[in-house]
Design a protein around this ligand. Structure first.
Ligand SMILES: *[C@@H]1O[C@H](CO)[C@@H](O)[C@H](O)[C@H]1NC(C)=O
Ligand SMILES: *[C@@H]1O[C@H](CO)[C@@H](O)[C@H](O)[C@H]1NC(C)=O
Length: 305
């Protein structure tokens, strides 16, 4: 996998991460906990020692009384919601116990609040959903960042004289050498420029076109596949070259050469075939060959100087 170097990767993920955390923390309600200012037991009209069936009965009675179908006025609708909320808290033994504790220890505000949110969101939020949400947010940021960086790089390359010359040469070739003098002196019109620039392969190192395959979310989903592929590749390699001791295939020899010279993959691809062939035939993955090659290169560069 060709990931960017670690510091860049870390910054690229850290910034969106903090933004996401900020975002998530602002959507959690900061309103009062449990039954707001009311007492949950009072809302249901039961005592704190009421048993579960009493609470249930009281809730059914009140919910019938305040049901929006029977009482269309907004006050009773509000009460209906409050009663339902109080019942949600008191019907569950664990949350009722927490609520009783909060009544008995009103001074432990932070502890009570934390317990409330843990119970409340613990029930409702699937951690998988949180993970998916986070990955989506991060991937969105990453995609934006990638495409912005690429567009900036393209804009910069397009301003260079080398690019302009290439474009002009291409135009000349297209028109068979017959160019309108007036036109060529001025800037070529926008439309032709756009058409031609699409054909020029922009080789920009350090910035690639935004790609869905590089997004964190996609990588995460594809992780089992990636790992499986890597495992299979390793196993094949081991079987072929360690167990069976076959000679290296051209492709694998080329891979080993690139690795032993520590040339980045994209630069390796741009090296011309003859040079590559020469390098591969030197079997540089063997230490002694590499050492003598490096010594040779050093001598050569000294001689040139
Ligand atoms: C994208 O992320 C890099 C760090 O990886 C940062 O230097 C750059 O400013 C970001 N670009 C945008 C447009 O956010
Ligand atoms: C709850 O209390 C009521 C009245 O005090 C009583 O009749 C009922 O049996 C109790 N139910 C349970 C399950 O303890």
């Amino acid at each position: 996998m060709d990931l960017p170097p670690a510091p860049i990767r870390w910054r690229a993920t850290a910034i969106p991460f903090f933004v996401a955390v900020l975002f998530v923390s602002t959507i959690s309600p900061s309103r009062a906990i449990y039954c707001d200012e009311d007492d949950c037991y009072d809302l249901l009209g039961v005592s704190q020692s009421a048993n579960a069936s009493e609470i249930k009965k009281a809730y059914y009675k009140l919910s019938l009384k305040y049901h929006p179908d029977k009482n269309p006025d907004p006050e009773s609708r509000k009460l209906f919601v409050k009663v339902a909320n109080a019942y949600e808290i008191l019907k569950d033994e664990a949350t009722r116990e927490q609520y009783d504790y909060a009544i008995a220890h009103p001074e432990e505000v932070f502890y009570n609040t934390a317990r409330y949110y843990r119970a409340y969101y613990g029930h409702k939020t699937d951690p998988r959903a949180v993970l998916v949400g986070l990955l989506l947010i991060l991937s969105g940021f990453q995609y934006l960042n990638q495409s912005t960086r690429y567009n900036q790089a393209v804009a910069m390359v397009k301003k260079t004289p080398a690019y302009k010359n290439k474009l002009r040469a291409l135009e000349l070739e297209r028109s068979g050498g017959v160019t309108n003098k007036k036109k060529s002196q001025k800037n070529m019109d926008k439309k032709t420029e756009e058409d031609l620039s699409k054909e020029l392969d922009l080789q920009i190192t350090g910035a690639e076109m935004a790609s869905v395959w590089k997004l964190l979310g996609v990588r995460f989903v594809l992780l089992p596949y990636t790992l499986g592929k890597l495992l299979l590749w390793t196993a094949c390699w081991f079987w072929r070259y360690k167990v069976k001791k076959y000679p290296y295939s051209w492709e694998d020899a080329s891979y080993l050469t690139q690795r032993s010279l520590s040339i980045p993959l994209d630069r390796w691809r741009n090296i011309d075939e003859a040079t590559k062939e020469d390098l591969v035939l030197r079997r540089l993955w063997e230490k002694s060959n590499l050492e003598s090659y490096v010594a040779e290169m050093r001598k050569e560069s000294k001689r040139r100087r």
